[in-house]
Ligand binder design. Structure first.
Ligand SMILES: [Zn+2]
Length: 511
C-alpha cells in the first residue's frame, strides 16, 4: 500500500536540502558583498580629489537610504560599508560612497515622481531618469539619456572630464518650430517609443526642476538649417528641380530644412503590446541580453519607462512644418534606415543613398507645390544588425556566387534572422508629427508599409526607386527584396529568374 504522506526520513532529507540551499545562498551573498566592497575600495584609491565641493552640494541621499538589514533583498540593494575617510574621498570625486545595484518599489527613500503615460497634457508628468544625487530617489524611468551615447557620458564622468553635478543651461535652446500638441500624444497605444513632451520637458517642468532640485532633460530637439548635396545641385542643373528661394534656395541646390532629433523613450507595456509579447518577458530579455545592465527592469515593476541604449531618429522636414498635420495638404514621405557605407561613403552595393536622395528631391518638390515633404532617418545600421554583421554578409556573398536567390539566406546564416529593424515602433514618430495620411510613400518596403497602415495611417500611393537610379551591383539586393514582397509596379522575378541575378565578384572588387 502506498504511503499517503512523507515518512520521517523524507522530512529529514527535505530539511537537509533546505539547509544546504540556505548555506549556498549565504555564501553567494557574502561573495557578492566582498566583490562590491573591493570594487568600491578600488574606485576610492583611483579617484583623485580634484573636485572641490561647492556650497550647492548636498549630502548624498544614499546616506539616507535604509541600512542593509531593512531591505527586502539586502545583497542586491546597497552593499559597501566604508571608513568615513574613504566616503569623503569618493564624494569629493563626485560619486556617492555606496554603489546602489538596484532599488525596490517599497524601499524607504524611494519616491518616484508620478508619470502617468498617456494621461492628457503635460500633467502626465516628466520622464525622470537621472541618477544625480538630488534625483536618484525620484526617478520614474530606467536607463539613461542619450541612447547609445549614454556610455560616453559614463566615460566622461569616470575620466573626470565631466562634473557629475553639471546641469545643462537651457537658455535659447527652445524648439525652432512649433509642433502639436496632437490628440495622439495622449494615446498610449499610439506613442510608446518616444516621449511626446520630450522637446518641452525643461520648460514644462521648470517648477519641479527648481523646487525639488530634480534633473530633467529633453529627449527631442528641433532646429533649422541649410543643407547641400551634390546630387541636388545636379538636379537643378538638369532642370528636374527649380529653385524657388524658399525650399530650394538657389542654383547650387541648397535646401532649407527643419530638423527634429528624437531619442528613444520606451513605455514598456506599450512596446510589449506592439510586439504581442508579455511585458515580463520583454523586461527579462532586455535585462539578460544587455549583460544584466538594468536590474531595475526586474525589481521595479512600478517603473514603466525605459530609455534604451540604442540610436534614435531624425526628421528632415521640407516646407512649413505645420503642413505635416494638415489633412488638406499633400504629404510625401520617405522612411530611411541608416546605411553609413552607402548614405555617406557612396558604396554601390545597395540602393540606400540613391533612394535617400530621391526621397529628399521628391520631398522638396512636394513642399514647393504647397504640400509637405518629410524624410525620417532611423539609426538602424545594416537592418539593425550593425556593420560588423553586414560586412561578414558581404564577404559571404562575394566569396560565394552572390545570387539574388541567396541574398537573405546569407544574412540568416550569420545573424539568425534576416532583419532586426522591427518596424513595429517606427510609426510613433508619424503620430507625434500629427500625420494622418500619406499621399506619396517613397519606399518599396512592405514591412514599413504594413507597420504604418497597421497603425491606422493610410498610404495613398507607393513610389518605387526609378530604374535609372539603381546601381548595377545593387540589383542583387533590390531584386531579392522585390521577390520577398517589396512593392513594385514592374516585374516580380520568379525564384528561377533570381538565380540569374549576380553581383560583382572579388576579382572585380580587388582592382
Ligand atoms: Zn545600403
Amino acid at each position: 500500500m502506498a504511503s499517503s504522506g512523507p515518512d520521517a526520513s523524507d522530512v529529514g532529507n527535505g530539511v537537509a536540502d533546505i539547509l544546504q540551499a540556505l548555506k549556498v545562498i549565504q555564501e553567494n551573498q557574502a561573495r557578492l558583498a566582498a566583490e562590491v566592497e573591493s570594487v568600491s575600495h578600488r574606485f576610492d584609491s583611483l579617484a583623485p580629489s580634484t573636485h572641490s565641493p561647492t556650497l550647492n552640494e548636498k549630502p548624498s541621499p544614499e546616506q539616507n537610504l535604509p541600512a542593509e538589514s531593512s531591505l527586502p533583498q539586502p545583497a542586491l540593494a546597497v552593499v559597501s560599508k566604508e571608513s568615513s575617510s574613504a566616503r569623503v574621498q569618493a564624494e569629493k570625486a563626485g560619486f556617492t560612497s555606496r554603489i546602489i545595484l538596484t532599488t525596490y518599489p517599497k524601499q524607504i527613500g524611494i519616491n518616484p515622481i508620478p508619470l502617468n503615460w498617456g494621461a492628457p497634457g503635460p500633467k502626465r508628468g516628466p520622464v525622470v531618469v537621472s541618477r544625480s544625487s538630488s534625483t536618484i530617489r525620484k526617478r520614474n524611468a530606467i536607463g539613461a539619456h542619450g541612447g547609445s551615447y549614454s556610455i560616453y557620458f559614463a566615460l566622461a564622468l569616470a575620466s573626470k572630464q565631466l562634473n557629475v553635478n553639471h546641469r545643462p543651461d537651457f537658455t535659447n535652446t527652445e524648439p525652432a518650430a512649433n509642433i502639436g500638441p496632437f490628440p495622439q500624444w495622449s494615446d498610449k497605444k499610439k506613442i510608446v517609443a518616444m516621449d511626446p513632451w520630450g522637446h518641452l520637458a525643461p520648460w514644462l517642468y521648470a517648477d519641479t526642476m527648481q523646487k525639488d532640485d530634480v534633473d530633467i532633460r529633453p529627449t527631442i530637439a528641433i532646429t533649422k538649417a541649410h543643407m547641400k548635396l551634390p546630387e541636388l545641385e545636379e538636379s537643378v542643373r538638369s532642370g528636374r528641380l527649380v529653385p524657388d528661394g524658399k525650399v530650394c534656395l538657389n542654383e547650387a541646390g541648397e535646401l532649407a530644412v527643419t530638423k527634429f532629433a528624437v531619442e528613444p523613450v520606451w513605455y514598456l507595456p506599450g512596446v510589449a503590446e506592439r510586439f504581442g509579447i508579455d511585458e515580463g518577458v520583454l523586461r527579462r530579455s532586455l535585462f539578460e541580453h544587455t549583460g544584466g545592465s538594468y536590474p531595475e527592469l526586474i525589481t521595479r515593476g512600478d517603473i514603466k519607462v525605459f530609455l534604451p541604449p540604442i540610436g534614435g531618429l531624425t526628421v528632415y522636414c521640407f516646407g512649413d512644418p505645420a503642413k505635416m498635420s494638415d489633412e488638406n495638404a499633400r504629404l510625401s514621405l520617405r522612411i530611411h534606415d541608416e546605411c553609413n557605407g552607402s548614405d555617406v561613403f557612396g558604396s554601390d552595393i545597395c540602393t540606400c543613398r540613391p533612394y535617400l536622395i530621391f526621397g529628399i528631391e521628391e520631398a522638396v518638390k512636394e513642399a514647393q507645390n504647397g504640400g509637405s515633404g518629410v524624410v525620417i532617418y532611423f539609426r538602424k545600421e545594416g537592418r539593425a544588425l550593425g556593420e560588423v554583421t553586414k560586412y561578414l554578409v558581404y564577404n559571404a556573398r562575394k566569396r560565394g556566387e552572390d545570387r539574388a536567390s541567396d541574398y537573405f539566406k546569407r544574412t540568416e546564416n550569420i545573424a539568425g534572422v534576416k532583419d532586426m529593424r522591427f518596424q513595429a515602433l517606427m510609426p510613433d514618430i508619424l503620430h507625434w508629427l500629427g500625420i494622418k495620411k500619406i499621399d506619396r510613400m517613397l519606399s518599396m518596403s512592405n514591412m514599413k508599409h504594413d507597420a504604418i497602415v497597421g497603425q491606422g495611417i493610410p498610404i495613398h500611393e507607393r513610389v518605387e526607386l526609378p530604374e535609372e537610379l539603381i546601381p548595377a551591383d545593387s540589383r542583387v539586393e533590390i531584386d531579392a527584396k522585390i521577390t520577398a514582397g517589396y512593392f513594385t509596379t514592374g516585374h516580380r522575378m520568379t525564384e528561377d529568374e533570381l538565380q540569374a541575378v549576380k553581383g560583382r565578384m572579388w576579382e572585380d572588387i580587388d582592382h
